[in-house]
Design a protein around this ligand. Structure first.
Ligand code: MTE
Ligand code: HPA
Ligand code: MOS
Length: 755
């Protein structure tokens, strides 16, 4: 296998040939939908008048919740979110009406002729305030290992504090959107920009009040999802589908960037309390944390995200007694949702803050405490899984030696002692991330493989390509298993009628699950072909047939058959050249009553070393370098995997340093455009970004031992927070700077001069 292949889609992306939802040629009669959304964050709708708007030229109809044919409900885990608000609104940006017009402009114009009267209700944007009032989205969760209270009683050295981590806008290049076409027999087909085609199918069926068999969802690819389209694509699809279904005309619903930013949920902000206890040798002997998750106005995926925060509460560390509690708090902001890391990064920020706090108080580098407590094989995670195939120490040690940690420390202190207005800081950030959906049931996938009579192959799965390269990986796996070139393989769109009941493409598990289903389908076809060869050659059933570069080898000896003749012979003999593969991750389980089990197929490890320079007059900073040792297993596609690590790091740095989601006290999003919401650009990325492939060869459940890579690297970005903080403290050792991310230049400047 060519593990330097890269992403086969890349040439089409950069030449503008790739098709996204808004590029699909529109069918005659297509209508355009504009959402009229709530101007206030909480209140009772007293009256609404859209009679004038409906009379405007080009306006076809205006839909309210009363027009929903089925259930006015899009909540994925908990049914707590109406598609269109009925009597009460819970966040600014909540959809109330759908304006359907012949053109986008006409729909836009109509929004200006709608009058609405809303009686205001109290607005809560802070999760702790919501918690105090008992406003929870789902039951609180608690993971306990050992007896924390006893451990703290015996412990002389302990530290307590509070942390805040902010939200994050997904900023996928392609906004949310869907294009729905009415089909005969009260059916609809929806082209949706979704990570979860089945979630869209289920939600649309519910909203229309029809069976799922009447709803077909098709996805070619996404211009990015990052978790924002795991659940939140469903609402837009339901709007388009409802209009197409009722008016029997095609309908498109694609929000503009600012509408998308205002109306969709983001990464869950967290406010947390921690308490960490150590002994004199810097062993962590107890850890306790409480997380207040800002869930927004509806549950969405927040209950599952909350759970993953607990799974990653101790990051890469082995801590004997642990008690962590998480609350999902209901506030009046758009429902927050999945975002790369899925609650894991939020949990890791808290333990890293706790360790940093302890280190500062004890007068040592945090790295001393971090290294001392790295986990190892045989340790037990707080959720009961035993650590195996652990690479935590290997990654740390290799990062420290390869990137010359001791030398860097000396260079930084030399730099800092001879520079008054520039200060450097560094940090190490180990990461341990569990691979599998934490909901065991979701760890299944299917694939449909057709071999055509000319020897070419079509592959359909439940995987959604969103830039992460899963399609390329599936082509590689099909090519390897059939012994043919990837040029003979076509990756089909993801379509619910070809592959059903799929899990969303998420949890970094898409390649593992779907590639293994492809393997299964290919193996079935190969088995049939093998038996046919034994018949043709009049050999026994036990022959081994392998295909390499389309040449057929029988028991290791090249035969006169090739792939094409084999396929044609099979067709003549009426052998099935199609197969449906299935994969369900073995071994995993989790008991939600006991909060114990073995939820993850395996873990991904790594360590990042980050260096920064802070300008102590301006409060600005540069990321000098991020140097990483990352556990790829045995990468099946190094350029794709490297891209995932680089992209994840930059996205993580953005979350931790500059991306600041701001709602004011009345629940209005102030950071509602790219002028006020800053994401990393070419000037703010690390000057050096070095990724070392730690090749490991464990018998893990990763596809071809090539480990999942989508989310884990994001958490290296947490290192940038601590490196910047350390530089601030080098300038002002008495700074009262808090554990609050993002550490924007504004916060840095205040920290530099805070007494
Ligand atoms: N990479 C790109 N280019 N675009 C994306 O939307 N999403 C991330 C990650 N990398 C994303 C991405 C997230 S949140 C996840 S869960 C994984 O990819 C999903 O894909 P995988 O399971 O194939 O890794
Ligand atoms: N990760 C990502 N997405 C998910 C998960 C998970 O563990 N569970 C449900 N959706
Ligand atoms: Mo990723 S947050 O699991 O879509």
């Amino acid at each position: 296998m060519n593990n330097n292949l890269g992403n086969v889609d890349a040439p089409n992306h950069v030449t503008g040939k790739s098709i996204y939802v808004d590029d699909i040629p529109v069918v005659q009669g297509t209508l355009y939908i504009k959402v009229f959304d709530s101007p206030v964050a909480h209140g009772i709708i007293k009256s609404i008048d859209f009679s004038k708007a409906e009379q405007l030229p080009g306006v076809v109809k205006i839909f309210s919740h009363k027009d929903v044919p089925g259930e006015n409900q899009i909540g994925g885990i908990i049914p707590d979110e109406p598609l269109l608000a009925d009597h009460e609104v819970h966040f600014q940006g909540q959809p109330i009406l759908l304006i359907v017009a012949e053109t986008e402009e006409a729909a836009e114009e109509a929004t200006k002729h709608i009058t609405i009267e809303i009686e205001p209700l109290p607005i809560i944007v802070n999760p702790r305030e919501a918690f105090a009032k008992g406003n929870l989205l789902s039951p609180s969760r608690k993971f306990v290992k050992g007896n924390v209270a006893d451990a703290f009683k015996q412990c002389k050295i302990y530290f307590e504090g509070q942390t805040e981590s902010g939200g994050q806008e997904h900023l996928y290049l392609e906004t949310q959107g869907a294009y729905a076409l009415p089909l005969e027999g009260d059916c609809v087909k929806i082209y949706s920009s979704t990570q979860g085609p089945t979630a869209v199918q289920r939600t649309v069926a519910r909203v229309l009040g029809v069976g799922m068999h009447r709803v077909e969802v098709d996805v070619t690819r996404l211009g990015g999802g990052f978790g924002g389209k795991e659940d939140q694509a469903s609402g837009w699809a339901a709007m388009a589908a409802m209009v197409a279904y009722i008016l029997k005309q095609p309908a498109k619903c694609i929000p503009h960037r600012m509408d998308d930013m205002r109306m969709t949920g983001k990464r869950n902000p967290y406010s947390s309390d921690y308490k960490i206890g150590l002994d004199e040798q810097y062993n962590i002997i107890a850890y306790e944390a409480t997380y207040y998750q800002n869930g927004g106005a509806a549950a969405d995926l927040s209950p599952a995200i909350l759970e993953r925060t607990l799974f990653h509460a101790t990051n890469s560390y082995s801590i004997p007694p642990v008690k962590v509690i998480a609350h999902s708090c209901k506030t009046n902001v758009p429902p927050n949702t999945a975002f790369r890391g899925f609650g894991g990064p939020q949990g890791m920020f808290v333990i890293e803050s706790a360790i940093d706090h302890a280190a500062k108080q004890l007068g040592v580098d945090a790295a001393i405490i971090q290294q001392k407590n790295l986990m190892d094989n045989g340790d037990e995670f707080p959720y009961g899984q035993i650590v195996t195939e652990c690479e935590a120490k290997k990654c740390w040690d290799e990062a420290a030696t390869k990137y010359e940690l001791e030398k860097i420390k000396k260079e930084i202190s030399a730099f800092n002692s001879c520079n008054s207005w520039l200060k450097k800081g560094f940090s190490l950030m180990p990461v341990c991330f569990g691979i599998s959906f934490t909901n065991t049931m979701m760890n299944q996938a299917r694939a449909l493989v057709h071999v055509y009579t000319d020897g070419t192959v079509g592959v359909s799965t439940g995987a959604v390509e969103m830039g992460q390269g899963v399609n390329t990986k599936m082509m590689q796996v099909a090519a390897k298993n059939l012994g043919i070139s990837i040029d003979n393989i076509k990756l089909e769109t993801t379509n619910t009628t070809r592959v059903a009941n799929t899990s969303p493409s998420a949890a970094s598990a898409t390649a593992d699950l779907n590639c293994k289903a492809v393997e299964d389908a290919c193996a079935q076809i190969m088995q049939r072909l093998r038996l046919m060869v034994s018949e043709i050659k009049e050999l026994g059933d036990n022959i081994v047939v392998t295909i390499e570069d389309s040449a057929i080898f029988v028991d290791g000896v090249q035969s006169d058959l090739n792939w094409l003749t084999l396929v044609q012979q099979a067709f003549v003999r009426r052998i099935n050249l199609s197969a449906k593969g299935h994969y369900a991750t073995p071994l995993i389980n989790f008991d939600k009553i006991k909060e114990k089990g073995h939820p993850f197929a395996y873990h991904v490890y790594g360590t990042a070393l980050t260096m920064v320079t802070v300008d102590c007059i301006r409060g600005t900073y540069e990321i000098d370098s991020v140097q990483v040792v990352h556990d790829f297993g045995t990468s099946m596609n190094r350029p794709v995997d490297l891209g995932q690590v680089e992209g994840g790091i930059v996205q993580g740095i953005g979350w931790m340093t500059m991306e600041e989601v701001v709602y004011n006290a009345s629940g209005k999003l102030l950071s509602n455009a790219l002028s006020t919401y800053k994401i990393p650009d070419i000037y703010s990325v690390p000057k050096t970004l070095d990724v070392h492939f730690l090749n490991t060869d464990n018998n893990s459940l990763a596809i071809l031992k090539s480990k999942a890579v989508g989310e884990p690297p994001l958490m290296y970005g947490i290192g940038a927070y601590f490196a910047i903080r350390n530089a601030v403290l080098a300038f002002n050792p008495g700074s009262t700077i808090k554990y609050e991310a993002p550490i924007t230049p504004e916060k840095v400047l205040m920290g530099l001069y805070a007494k």
